[in-house]
Design a protein around this ligand. Structure first.
Ligand code: GCB
Length: 593
């Protein structure tokens, strides 16, 4: 008791040693082509609302001799119920539906042997939001950010035989996180993407970036590498279908790069050509399938491989009525199929990094992508730690996906108030994106200045494409204002209508007419299309949204926990009338091209 009382006095400090954020973009490992040992499946599980586990150090209680334990612990990580990984706990039991706090995951990891010349990395595809990792009782590291992968090096901690991996995952919404407390999507907690163990030689290829040099010649490919460990020779890069075999010298800091002459067939939505790329350093070998294309902004045009394009898009969340944020190959393929049937050449993956398979499939089927970090609404723009977190999430996303030709835009945020602090913050992110990847466009979903009825946002000078969310016909009533905005604005760069739309609930659950009816949604789409088609600086649109999605904050009699702005209902099958209206418009646009 005395000890507990003492602990209570030091309450603020109990988690401080574990908030290291040492698992971040720096420690991410390039995994393309590497052998993954999956660690998915059943993990022991316990929700821990009061963070008793961190206070009592549940992670330090090893399983060897449970009978002889001297202290009465409040949880036994080695017994009790299990949950599948990946999963969102909200989807597993009704009593966990709205749970926000810490939860403990534990599983055995059996190793036949530990090779002295090998390194071991645990990779978690995503855990919402704060993940503290332990191995055999020792704290390994901590990651912030709910949608990007992270790697922990286990070399030196793993032993032959049985090891125990534990993760404490916390999805509490706070003001300083990215996103903050208030969002319009569900706060699914848990380890909801795949977990795997990777093994590499001592010296290994940490990172590989392959792209067409964006100089308008379409005749040069650049490869940039980062090697970790002492390299005693060059890295050999091969692209067999282009007859490329190139040795790249590695400098003392581990960096190496080369520009090679080649004339690849260019990647585009119509011709999604990909090439096998391998990089070899001693016994270490990574591979990728890479498309080559150039995306640029020229005045108010978005130009792909020298040709102006109109982005026929739709926004989409990572959300499923059954599994929450857990996606499957079939679910992703259906998404691309539905977008294709809508007539899209472009998808906005809102509002956070989606599963990495999404961009791989987009590469393969030919769909341009907008990828985004959850700098959503009014986050703590004047907080340095919040900035570091956002910057890290953006860096992890870019390192993960910058070999994907399909990704044409990095978006640094959504609907943020135009303050000085926000301008500094988001300009910093846009600069980060360009530094890590000068080959793509930057954007952000900005807001209309409703007082002036004008597209006006100070961030616009620092991004390539002005994303614009406008809800004329839904949150804003007067459609004529949208026409005025069109006339009052003369943006010097392309505008993409990153959102517009209206809720439409199919009868009999929805009303026959008026707000929330399918008929009303259709009418909004008709009017939006009629107005936007006249604005020549609008170079694309990604209305809100492909599927209805779950969210805590929508609770009226029609919503019942869902946002119903989907063109397809939450069953991902039932199409609303507006689907046909948008697809007719996209068919017409495609025919004009
Ligand atoms: C928005 C947000 C999006 C919401 C949507 C809505 O402007 O960017 O996250 O879900 O509006 O339905 O209100």
């Amino acid at each position: 008791l005395a000890e507990n009382a003492l602990q209570a006095l030091h309450d603020e400090a109990y988690d401080a040693p574990f908030n290291t954020q040492n698992l971040n973009a720096e420690t991410l490992l390039f995994t393309g082509g590497r052998h993954a040992r999956p660690l998915d499946g059943d993990w022991n599980f316990c929700v821990d609302l009061l963070d008793t586990g961190l206070r009592q150090k549940w992670f330090a209680m090893l399983p060897e001799d449970p009978i002889d334990r001297l202290e009465p612990w409040d949880y036994d990580p080695y017994l009790g119920e299990t949950v599948p990984v990946p999963a969102c706990w909200a989807m597993l039991k009704e009593k966990w539906y709205f749970f926000e706090g810490s939860a403990w995951y534990t599983r055995a990891l059996d190793m036949d042997e530990i090779a002295a010349d090998q390194r071991y990395f645990l990779r978690i595809g995503a855990a919402q939001y704060d993940c503290k990792l332990f191995l055999n009782g020792a704290f390994i590291g901590n990651h912030y950010g709910g949608s990007t992968p992270f790697c922990a090096e286990l070399t030196g901690h793993l032993k032959p035989g049985r090891n125990w991996v534990m993760a404490c995952v916390n999805n509490t919404r706070t003001l300083d996180r990215v996103p903050m407390r208030n969002t319009d999507w569900f706060n699914y907690g848990g380890i909801y993407r795949e977990v795997a163990l990777y093994q590499t030689p001592r010296t290994m290829i940490r990172d590989l970036f392959v792209h067409l040099v964006p100089d308008g010649t379409y005749a040069q490919i650049r490869v940039a590498l980062r090697v970790d460990g002492p390299a005693d020779g060059p890295v050999r890069v091969e692209i067999p279908e282009l007859d490329i075999v190139q040795d790249i010298a590695i400098a003392d800091d581990g960096a190496g790069e080369a520009v090679m002459t080649a004339s690849p067939d260019l990647w585009s939505p119509e011709t999604p050509r990909l090439y096998d790329v391998t990089a070899t350093l001693g016994a270490d070998r990574v591979t990728d399938r890479v498309g080559f294309r150039q995306i640029e902004r020229r005045g108010t045009e978005i130009v792909l491989n020298g040709v102006p394009v109109f982005l026929r898009g739709i926004s989409v969340h990572e959300d499923d009525a059954e599994t929450g944020k857990v996606t499957s190959e079939a679910d992703l393929r259906r998404r691309f199929q539905d977008a294709r049937e809508l007539g899209c050449n472009f998808l906005r993956l809102a509002h956070y990094p989606h599963h990495e398979r999404a961009a791989e499939i987009a590469d393969e089927v030919g769909m341009m992508l907008w990828e985004e970090v959850p700098v959503y609404w009014a986050i703590a723009f004047d907080n340095k730690a919040t900035y570091a977190d956002a910057k890290n999430q953006l860096s992890e996303l870019i390192l993960r996906d910058r070999n994907r030709a399909s990704v044409i835009i990095w978006s640094v945020g959504n609907e943020n108030p135009d303050t000085d602090a926000r301008l500094d913050f988001m300009r910093g992110l846009a600069d980060t994106a360009k530094a890590l990847d000068p080959t793509r466009l930057t954007s952000a979903a900005c807001l209309v200045n409703h007082a002036k009825l004008k597209i006006e946002d100070r961030l616009a000078d620092h991004i390539d494409v002005i994303g614009l969310n406008e809800y004329y016909g839904w949150y804003e009533e007067d459609f004529e204002d949208l026409e005025r905005i069109g006339v009052n604005s003369a943006p010097d760069r392309p505008v993409v209508i990153s959102e517009t739309g209206a809720d439409g609930v199919i009868e009999p659950q929805g009303p026959k007419a008026g707000l929330f009816s399918e008929a009303y949604q259709s009418e909004v789409y008709r009017k939006q299309i009629a107005t936007l088609r006249k604005l020549d600086y609008v170079k694309g649109m990604s209305p809100w949204i492909l599927y209805d999605f779950r969210v805590e904050r929508r609770q009226n009699a029609f919503q019942l926990g869902y946002n119903h702005k989907g063109l397809i209902a939450a069953d991902k099958t039932t199409r609303k009338e507006a689907f046909g209206i948008l697809s007719a418009y996209y068919a017409e646009r495609a025919a004009d091209e």
